[in-house]
Design a protein around this ligand. Structure first.
Ligand code: NAD
Ligand code: UDP
Ligand code: UDP
Length: 323
């Protein structure tokens, strides 16, 4: 390919929601993309449209086992992200975060690849500082039902920084705040997909608690742009760096917005608030703005419309649910 040096890039969790969008972007840029996934929450259907590309390869593999491949960059996204899924087998969730990070860091050490770790705003737990800057150390319960995810991700961050200090690896750690968009799993259990699917089916919209807790929702395309910019930064930029949309909404406001945009007549019903559910969450993206020149461009209403269109097609059978 005249003059273009293509990189070999491994994306773990590449058949999931975020991973599939990342693979799409990296393939379009002409890179050799190896997508690795054990299909726990991901689906081949999410990357089916990439299968014909000569620079895309899909491999079934569980990152808790070693992986020997030759690559220049690693995006480590493998991990169930929704509470229902990560609490289904909490021991496997911790293994995926911790053993998965060790294996990917070991791979990065051997190949001298750059390692990108998908961390999460959950490392801040139920935060006592608002909004959350990267300096905040968090307020995390080490023994609760969310701990397998929160502490697993915290340990993965620790491992990244220890491989940096001990083995001089190049690392990029991103703390992702709630992100939504097409290819979220319809049974994912996260709030945006739940509300849209419930609205489109005319089923009750399930508000956990009073719906007064807040979240900030980032559209997937904005997030992926932030990923790619972070990976391209000089080696002294390691993160952690918050990527998210600072627009903060109550869960009730989100429900009302979904009802308005779908024109659904679904009623709002209350369900018990899950244990350790954070009451407030909003990213401080000062660092992303200054270091990456990044900020979100897609407003909630615009992103919701695209996501609603996707679920509308999915529920009507116009896009494949399973490969
Ligand atoms: P997802 O569940 O759609 O994707 C995760 C992918 O990892 C799936 O394809 C799953 O099959 C795969 N996977 C799980 N365990 C694995 C294992 N042991 N080996 C190989 N593959 C495995 O979730 P997502 O929203 O795309 O999340 C991707 C990453 O981003 C996760 O690491 C998650 O923690 C992080 N994240 C996401 C959000 C968000 O709002 N979507 C927020 C914070 C962090
Ligand atoms: N590893 C891997 N692929 C590689 C190199 C290493 O999956 O190409 C795994 C291997 O299982 C190892 C882990 O990464 O246990 C950590 O590697 P490291 O070199 O840091 O440690 P060690 O091999 O000494 O345990
Ligand atoms: N939530 C809700 N109804 C649902 C699913 C989630 O009210 O059907 C709430 C949940 O209690 C939380 C917020 O929406 O306060 C975001 O939940 P999600 O699981 O999407 O993400 P996280 O809790 O990890 O931020």
């Amino acid at each position: 390919m005249g003059g273009i040096i293509s990189k070999r890039i491994l994306v773990t969790g590449g058949a999931g929601f975020l991973g599939s969008h990342l693979c799409e972007r990296l393939v379009a840029e002409g890179n050799e993309v190896l997508c690795v996934d054990n299909y726990f929450t991901g689906r081949r259907a999410n990357v089916a449209h990439l299968m014909d590309a000569s620079n895309f390869e899909l491999m079934r593999h569980d990152v808790t086992f070693p992986l020997y491949v030759e690559v220049d960059e690693i995006y480590n996204l493998a991990c169930p992200a929704s509470p229902v899924h990560y609490q289904f087998d909490p021991v496997q969730t911790t293994k995926t975060s911790v053993h998965g990070a060790i294996n990917m860091l070991g791979l990065a050490k051997r190949t001298r690849a750059k390692m990108f770790q998908a961390s999460t705003s959950e490392v801040y737990g139920d935060p006592s500082q608002h909004p959350q800057t990267e300096e905040y150390w968090g307020n995390v319960n080490p023994i609760g039902p969310r701990s397998c995810y929160d502490e697993g991700k915290r340990c993965a961050e620790t491992l990244c920084f220890d491989y940096l200090r001990q083995h001089k690896l190049r690392i990029k750690v991103v703390r992702i705040f709630n992100t939504y968009g097409p290819r979220m799993h319809p049974n994912d259990g996260r709030v945006v997909s739940n509300f849209i699917v419930q609205a489109l089916r005319g089923e009750p919209i399930t508000l956990y608690g009073e719906g007064s807790q807040t979240r900030s929702f980032c559209y997937v395309d904005d997030l992926i742009e932030g990923f790619v910019r972070l990976m391209a930064t000089p080696d002294d930029v390691t993160g952690p760096i918050n990527i998210g949309n600072p627009g903060e909404f109550t869960i009730r406001e989100l429900a009302e917005k979904v009802l308005e945009l779908t024109g659904s007549a679904s009623e709002l019903v209350h369900r018990p608030l899950p244990e350790n559910d954070p009451t407030q969450r909003q990213p401080d993206i000062t660092r992303a703005r200054s270091v990456l020149g990044w900020e979100p461009t897609v407003a909630l209403e615009e992103g919701l419309k695209k996501t609603i269109a996707y679920f509308d097609d999915l529920l009507a059978g116009r896009v494949a649910a399973e490969a």
